[in-house]
Ligand binder design. Structure first.
Ligand code: NAD
Length: 345
């Protein structure tokens, strides 16, 4: 039986993987994967990792030396993987889609919460404080949503925005044909949107795409929603824009420096990250702990696809959901074997 080192395992991961797993001996490890914990994969045949595991060149080399030849990411994003270091050594597979609705619905939830100040209303009524002063929001109907990245999640988000009666603008490096959506330049989106929601991957081009310059171009009173990756936003620039009243509210499921903090109970610890403390202290910021994916449907699909990805690897087949540094570059990279339905290497 093949042994799997499953890093950053939480009770809900176990529940959904154990329901479907019949073939593998899964070693659930509560710790994140880092250079200090990589050794725990000794004796295993594969590593299953998640969004805040560290898969830099050093860790990849350590895993390779332990005999690991496949890393199965149980997530869609892969900005934490050094693909150049893995190329030729370890095949990397992922779960490209498990429930775009889960993430899009959470993004809309953050928008509705931060607009109508539901987090504050909830706290007030729990204390029998029935004052509604200071809780005024805006009608979203008729306002403009600017969607950056119109892939699976962006489109699900767009559908909900249309249902709310919003006008939808979009920016994507690969524009598509989507009824009722007007593609504009990034600047066009920044200057015209009342709500800006991020649904593109994190890479060299998109890091800090919402920086000081971008915030300067936005409408006063814009809402910022980020369920993609924290580093898409320069947090200091966001804080300045919140302080200046330029940003009316921010709904964030991700944070640039989340890796050491998210998914753990840090309530008894002194948080040394002052930027995060400032963000959380703002009454017009709602921050959740990278949980947009967390629905039963998504967890079931993540387990199913990850196990299928491992089956493909161990039976020597083409890896449907493989990513390497060449094919992850996108449609411009025709040279990767993956495009010929072969393993990337
Ligand atoms: P997808 O691949 O279907 O869509 C991404 C879109 O972004 C594509 O249309 C692509 O062309 C576009 N894009 C790429 N580079 C761009 C750029 N520079 N500017 C504008 N657009 C660009 O991906 P998806 O499934 O919709 O997921 C989107 C992101 O959501 C993922 O990259 C991941 O970071 C994040 N995510 C978060 C959670 C969560 O729990 N918070 C869960 C899943 C995914």
């Amino acid at each position: 039986m093949k042994k799997i080192a499953f890093f950053d395992a939480k009770p809900y991961d176990r529940e959904w993987f154990d329901r479907q797993n019949t073939k593998y001996d899964i070693r659930y490890l509560e710790t994140r994967l880092t250079k200090d914990t990589a050794q725990l994969a000794a004796g295993c045949d594969a590593v299953v990792a998640f969004v805040n595991d560290n898969l830099d060149a050093e860790v990849i080399d350590m895993l390779y030396n332990l005999g690991i030849r496949v890393i199965a990411m149980r997530c869609a994003g892969y900005s934490n993987v050094d693909f150049k270091a893995a190329y030729g050594k370890i095949n990397v597979v992922r779960v490209p889609a498990y429930s775009p609705y889960a993430v899009a619905e959470h993004a809309v939830g953050l928008l509705l919460t931060v607009n109508r100040k539901l987090q504050r209303a909830y706290n007030r009524t729990r204390d029998f404080n029935f004052s509604i002063t200071g809780l005024t929001g805006v009608d979203l109907h008729g306002r403009t949503a600017g969607v950056i990245g119109t892939g699976k999640i962006g489109r699900a988000f767009i559908d909900i925005c249309k249902g709310l009666g919003m006008r939808v603008l979009a920016y994507d490096v690969y524009p598509a044909e989507i009824a009722g959506v007007e593609y504009v330049t990034l600047d066009g989106l920044l200057t015209q949107s009342d709500v800006i929601s991020l649904h593109c991957p994190l890479n060299e081009q998109t890091k800090h795409m919402l920086d000081k310059k971008a915030f300067a171009k936005m409408k006063k009173g814009v809402f910022i929603i980020n369920t993609s990756r924290g580093a898409l936003i320069d947090t200091e620039a966001l804080l300045s824009a919140l302080n200046a009243g330029k940003v009316r509210g921010a709904g964030l499921d991700v944070y640039e420096e989340e890796a050491e903090l998210f998914y753990e109970d840090n309530s008894g610890n002194i948080i040394k990250d002052d930027l995060l403390a400032l963000l959380i202290s703002r009454p017009n910021v709602v921050l959740t702990s990278h949980q947009a994916f967390l629905t039963e449907e998504a967890l079931g699909n993540i387990a199913e696809t990850t196990l299928k990805n491992l089956d493909e690897f161990f039976s020597g087949r083409y890896l449907t959901n493989e990513v390497c540094y060449r094919c992850k570059l996108g449609k411009a990279s025709e040279s990767c074997h993956h495009n010929r339905k072969e393993r990337c290497f």
